[in-house]
Design a protein around this ligand. Structure first.
Ligand SMILES: [Ca+2]
Length: 198
């Protein structure tokens, strides 16, 4: 009987968590592509150390074996010999409406050679949260961080990927499964010691 009650309580807990988990990012896994561009994301930038011909490739390979989730992911970087100049790209999603509360931002990435960071930016162009990827993570790695929003409004998520050394022909970055959600929907805060001690 006790086991049944426990099971019921756990089911209710997970049902409640499931209902609260709303991802505020649109097309978070780069699954929706129109004319070779990911819906709801804007790509800007290119080669900084040479002509546009040095722009590295940005694409959304349809390969479920390589994606972290679903079929596609964002793949960018120098992948062949002639694209050896430095470059910088931004990958942006605008119009993310946030309330004055705590949120958790997370994403999965791979990173070889270049740098990759994510900024949550307010209307005044101030970053309220920065997450920095670690070079050399060439298998899918999750990066996450929390931010308490003090001013409700419209925010922008900006990924910046930059390659600053000439001649690095195999540098790349990959992103998948971006998530921005109410931090209270995460399971982990319920285990915080501060909440266990009255
Ligand atoms: Ca995906």
């Amino acid at each position: 009987m006790q086991k049944n009650i426990l099971t019921t309580l756990l089911l209710l807990l997970f049902a409640g968590v499931g209902m609260a988990q709303e991802n505020l990012i649109t097309n978070p896994g780069f699954e929706n592509i129109t004319d070779n561009a990911a819906d709801s994301w804007t790509i800007a930038g290119g080669a900084t150390g040479g002509a546009a011909a040095n722009n590295p490739s940005i694409g959304y390979p349809n390969n479920s074996s390589n994606a972290h989730g679903g079929n596609r992911y964002l793949n960018g970087g120098s992948s062949w010999g002639s694209k050896t100049k430095t470059w910088c790209y931004t990958i942006t999603q605008t119009d993310i409406t946030l309330a004055a509360q705590e949120y958790q931002l997370s994403f999965y990435y791979k990173l070889q050679g270049c740098t990759l960071k994510a900024d949550l930016v307010d209307v005044g162009d101030n970053s309220v949260l920065t997450l920095n990827g670690v070079k050399g993570n060439t298998s899918w790695t999750q990066l996450s961080g929390n931010v308490t929003i003090t001013t409700a409004g419209t925010y922008t998520l900006v990924f910046t990927a930059e390659q600053t050394v000439d001649g690095q022909t195999n540098d790349y970055f990959q992103i998948d499964d971006v998530r921005l959600m109410d931090a209270s929907a995460d399971l982990r805060p319920s285990l915080r010691a501060s909440q266990l001690i009255p």
